[in-house]
Write a protein that binds this ligand. Structure first.
Ligand SMILES: NC(=O)c1ccc[n+]([C@@H]2O[C@H](COP(=O)([O-])OP(=O)(O)OC[C@H]3O[C@@H](n4cnc5c(N)ncnc54)[C@H](O)[C@@H]3O)[C@@H](O)[C@H]2O)c1
Length: 383
């Protein structure tokens, strides 16, 4: 078995999930990391036993095949272009870019060079999300007709150590959290055809309450309350509410209504949870997710709740797909479609019309049953 050598650029908050995930897998190995702030790269390098390099030196290492780009959204496209121009595949955190035009350039460059682009989220690989998709594919709710999405909270300035980017271009609840929801909708229902939206900014200035920047003011650049409509190629239409201006609510993350029943889908920010199904007007019943991989809780959240979190499985799938000459699931093409959908809410609000989605995208292949959590130990690879 060939171990794929990885480089990581961007050694901030989320990088620990990738360093730890990589350490649990024998399919890939992190060889080096880099950051604009050399001290950040050095700290992670010491913690995880890898080399700290400059961005240029990391990109010049011939052994590194995939570079994982964990920089802030505004740097996603320029850093990805640098990685591709160095002849390496790139896998990056969501959103694909802070701007659709720049995202298109990244995908075009990768196509020209015959290199891969992979992009988070990979949470749709999770057991609960694959089980929900399977229930729809098996016709258990009939033909999907409608549904709702709710991603509502009171913002990010109370927990992230450096939360400014959440309120600048590329951030906001739509571009920051929307990718999880839209990606899971595409996983279940297929591509989106039209979007409409109305947006507003709830609070133009946010005050950071987390350490170490407590008291710092952030000028909000992006809408923080967005309500919209999504039409899918399969004929279904769903409402979406995304906000960082909500203290409390009682809505499920995703509900899908079909001609024969309804489906409740857990938070697509994580891999597990229990989807619920109601056939016709029957009681809610839990869907059995046990045959699907990536559903077993493997860590606890800040509030102590157990959670299934296998972030990095998208990178593992891409590394395996390169070896096997097949398409990878968390693809740049999917992420570009998702980004076009996300940007369309604000465009629709500004322009007062529906926005037709142009970038084509197929559903990613379902994750095979039985390709288990042991993929981290390389006992089995993703088919
Ligand atoms: N924090 C989370 O829980 C979380 C979860 C999922 C996804 N994400 C996504 O991951 C990405 C990073 O988020 P984060 O929370 O780790 O942010 P962060 O600010 O903690 O870290 C980003 C790092 O990237 C570095 N950086 C910025 N521009 C760079 C450049 N041009 N070259 C090299 N390094 C550069 C910064 O110095 C910083 O160390 C974002 O796109 C975010 O949406 C974060």
């Amino acid at each position: 078995m060939t171990v794929t050598q990885i480089g990581i650029i961007g050694c901030g908050n989320i990088s620990d999930a990738y360093f730890k995930g990589a350490a649990n897998s024998q399919l890939i190995q992190v060889k080096a990391c880099a950051d604009l702030r050399p001290e950040a790269a050095k700290a992670k390098a010491e913690l995880y036993g890898v080399q700290a390099l400059s961005v240029e030196a990391l990109l010049a290492d011939p052994e590194i095949e995939i570079v994982v780009n964990l920089t802030v959204p505004a740097a996603h496209a320029p850093v990805s272009m640098q990685i591709l121009n160095a002849g390496k595949h790139v896998y990056l955190e969501k959103p694909l870019s802070a701007q659709l035009a720049a995202a298109r350039e990244v995908i075009a460059l990768a196509n020209t060079k015959g290199l891969r682009v992979g992009c988070a989220p990979d949470t749709f690989f999770g057991a609960s999300h694959q089980a929900a998709r399977r229930a729809i594919d098996e016709g258990r709710i009939g033909r999907a007709v409608g549904g709702t999405v709710a991603v509502l909270s009171h913002g990010m300035e109370h927990w992230h150590p450096n939360p400014e980017f959440f309120f600048k271009r590329g951030g906001g609840p739509i571009l920051d959290l929307g990718p999880y929801y839209i990606t899971q909708l595409v996983n279940m229902l297929g591509p989106v055809t039209r979007v409409s939206g109305i947006t507003t900014i709830g609070n133009p200035v946010r005050v950071v309450t987390s350490e170490p920047l407590k008291g710092t003011k952030i000028e909000v650049e992006v809408p923080t309350t967005v309500n919209g409509l999504l039409e899918f190629a399969n004929g279904a239409n769903l409402t979406l509410s995304a906000s960082w201006d909500v203290w409390r609510h009682q809505r499920a993350p995703i509900e899908v209504y079909g001609t024969e029943g309804s489906l409740l889908v857990p938070d697509p920010n994580f891999f597990g949870g229990t989807p619920m199904i109601s056939e016709r007007d029957g009681e809610w019943k839990a869907l059995d997710i046990s045959a699907h991989p990536f559903g077993i809780s493997n860590r606890t959240k800040g509030n102590g709740d157990p959670v299934a979190d296998y972030r990095i499985v998208g990178v593992l799938d891409m590394a395996t797909a390169i070896r096997q000459g097949r398409a990878h699931r968390a693809s740049g093409k999917l992420a570009l479609h998702v980004l076009e959908v996300l940007e369309a809410f604000e465009r629709s609000s500004n322009e007062g019309r529906h926005i037709v989605i142009e970038s084509p995208c197929d559903r990613p292949d379902a994750v095979p049953l039985g390709a288990g959590e042991e993929v981290f130990g390389a006992a089995r690879e993703l088919a």
